[in-house]
Design a protein around this ligand. Structure first.
Ligand code: ZN
Length: 138
């Protein structure tokens, strides 16, 4: 992973073999980021995405292992009990199909170009019994 900071914007490039969520956690630790908006594009050949089953309060996941473009990656960085919390959704496309969902992990097969807008605040999360999710605590 390579990155450079400019004001409150961080430009990130991931290399082949690097994983998106782990890289964002590392970036939050390295640069002490407590709140940010994330956007990106790239390519992956190994991604796990999920859709939340509200009734059963769990994610239904699928792992995709074909060459796919990351058409869109968007989400945010926050903290839960002081620990980095990455919440990112993706839209992925092969030549014949489009997939999307909550991103659990994506290993980059070519590159991933992300831009982080770091916010001058801390976004904390707290567990919500009703949904079973860790929601923004504002
Ligand atoms: Zn999600």
């Amino acid at each position: 992973m390579e990155y450079k900071a400019s004001n409150k914007t961080i430009i990130v490039r991931l290399a082949r073999g690097e994983e998106v969520v782990a890289s964002l956690v590392k970036l939050m630790d390295d640069l002490n980021i407590n709140a940010a908006r994330v956007s990106g594009i790239g390519a992956t050949d190994n991604a796990t995405v999920g859709v939340y089953d509200v009734k059963n309060q769990r994610y239904t996941k699928v792992t995709l292992t074909e060459d796919m473009e990351i058409l869109n990656l968007s989400g945010n960085l926050s903290r839960k009990d002081g620990t980095p919390y990455v919440h990112v959704h993706v839209t992925l496309a092969s030549l014949t199909s489009v997939y999307g969902g909550h991103l659990n992990e994506a290993v980059i097969c070519a590159t991933c170009e992300m831009i982080l807008d770091v916010l001058d605040t801390t976004i904390e999360r707290t567990y919500d019994e009703e949904t079973g999710l860790n929601l923004f605590k504002l």
